[in-house]
Design a binder for this molecule. Structure first.
Ligand SMILES: [Zn+2]
Length: 102
């Protein structure tokens, strides 16, 4: 992203500067949205946000996907509809809650 700015300013191209600014704003917006959403995705047992970056100790049986605990949780949620918390090791099945009739 910084290299895009440097290239745009070196070439003095208005279009490239606009593209660099738009991509920077988009990246910041997506990073903030990811951060806000990750704080709400908590393990039902230990209440630790499983998609946020925490420096807490992981469960000894916790496994990674491409070196990332968060990526493994996201992968399991999308592909198999359940995940194992990397902090407490609890297996959580995802299901849509039924609304109670009033
Ligand atoms: Zn947990």
């Amino acid at each position: 992203m910084i290299s895009a700015f440097v290239m745009a300013f070196m070439e003095r191209s208005r279009d490239q500067v606009e593209i660099a600014i738009i991509s920077t704003i988009s990246f910041m917006f997506l990073a903030m949205a990811q951060w806000l959403i990750s704080l709400k995705t908590k393990c039902p047992l230990c209440l630790t946000p499983v998609l946020a970056s925490k420096n807490c100790a992981k469960n000894r049986n916790a496994r990674t996907f491409l070196g990332s605990y968060r990526l493994r949780v996201a992968n399991r949620v999308l592909l198999s509809n359940h995940f194992r918390c990397p902090y407490c090791g609890e297996l959580t099945e995802l299901a849509v809650r039924q609304r109670r009739p009033h």
